[in-house]
Design a binder for this molecule. Structure first.
Ligand SMILES: [Zn+2]
Length: 360
């Protein structure tokens, strides 16, 4: 199918980001997992140790989410400015990704989607935003409100204007929460060559609701920025779960965040970070406690988020060095939660925390 020949622009999509006729040089593959191979331009500093294994697991989680059987590996090439064929931070050329940063889940979504063929770009970019990375470096991700009716016509095979990523992603969140089967169907049956009008027709047929009806619902759907409405479930399925309690008591969770740690990711946006998951078994009142380390005065941020995603899912975020008193209390529903432990790129260190609350 012709559409699979198209380069798909990444986060900084621009109109000129079309296919190029020659196959770019690719670096040597330095790591190979079950689903993903990873290579890096030789003059780039090595990525953190957790990157390639994490993205490998992430591809597996996405394949399950989309019910797609990968027919090949995803090739992720971490490249420098001179070696990228993209006019963006990254792009997916079918299942081959070129990226200026070593970890970019947004492009992994495109690469996994490529096994069935890319969809109309309002849906394609919406899916990549909803199930992709949580980088906060892009201003267009803050504004997720806008006129949904105009977006399908703005998508073309050459790209979707980046200012529309926020609306497309948040609409995808609404669509996926109301009609998950229709989302999978639309991702399969639409193509980048499809006009906005044709997409509207497909949407009506798949969901029983017109674009106008969806736009009305979208206008009253909770609005929040990208990192909160996004669905972190593929991450939650790709990282280890650590114990929160021992017997009846909350225990200290101690984690080393450093590029040579096998779970640590980055660098991206001047940060390195790791994700770990915790289970909260009982509904109730909880609070996050991150005491400062007076010796190191480690800098960074601890973010606690419900794996369900959606507006309101980030229940706590604390800058570190923290405080000798717990953070604000929050009402938690039972389920899996994601901790993001973030430190500046060159300030690796230990982070200790508790989650106070029921250990029954
Ligand atoms: Zn994209």
């Amino acid at each position: 199918m012709a559409v699979t020949k198209h380069a798909l622009c990444g986060l900084l999509a621009v109109a000129s980001c079309g296919p190029t006729p020659t196959q770019p040089q690719t670096p040597e593959v330095e790591w190979e997992g079950e689903w993903l191979r990873f290579g890096r331009s030789p003059d780039l500093a090595p990525q953190c140790a957790g990157v390639a294994p994490y993205m490998d697991r992430y591809v597996g989680a996405l394949a399950e989410l989309f019910d797609v059987a990968p027919t090949n590996t995803v090739d992720f090439f971490y490249v420098d400015d001179q070696s990228t064929p993209c006019e963006a931070l990254g792009c997916a050329r079918d299942n081959t990704i070129f990226s200026l940063v070593p970890v970019q889940e947004h492009e992994l979504v495109h690469a996994v989607r490529s096994f069935e063929g890319f969809s109309q770009l309002m849906l394609e970019e919406g899916a990549a935003e909803l199930w992709g990375d949580d980088s906060r470096a892009f201003p267009f991700r803050s504004d997720t409100t806008g006129d949904l009716l105009t977006v399908p016509d703005l998508a073309s095979p050459d790209g979707l204007p980046s200012r529309e990523y926020g609306v497309s992603g948040r609409f995808h969140a609404l669509l996926a929460s109301e009609s998950p089967d229709a989302v999978r169907q639309l991702l399969r049956t639409t193509s980048p060559l499809m006009s906005g009008e044709a997409l509207s027709l497909e949407l009506s047929m798949a969901t029983g609701r017109s674009l106008e009806e969806w736009a009305t619902q979208f206008a009253s759907y909770p609005a929040c920025e990208h990192r909160e409405y996004r669905d972190p479930m593929p991450t939650c399925q790709s990282v280890p779960t650590v114990a929160r309690c021992d017997g009846g008591e909350a225990i200290e969770i101690e984690q080393y965040v450093a590029c040579d740690d096998e779970q640590t990711l980055g660098p991206r946006d001047g940060e390195i970070w790791k994700y770990i998951a915790v289970e909260i078994e009982q509904a109730g009142t909880y609070s996050l406690f991150v005491p400062p380390d007076l010796e190191t005065m480690q800098q960074g941020t601890v973010t606690l988020e419900e794996c369900r995603g959606g507006c309101g899912s980030i229940v706590e975020e604390m800058a570190i060095p923290g405080s000798f008193t717990p953070g604000r209390s929050f009402e938690a529903t039972p389920g899996r939660y994601l901790l993001r432990l973030t430190v500046p790129e060159f300030e690796a260190g230990w982070i200790r925390l508790w989650i106070e609350g029921s250990c029954e």
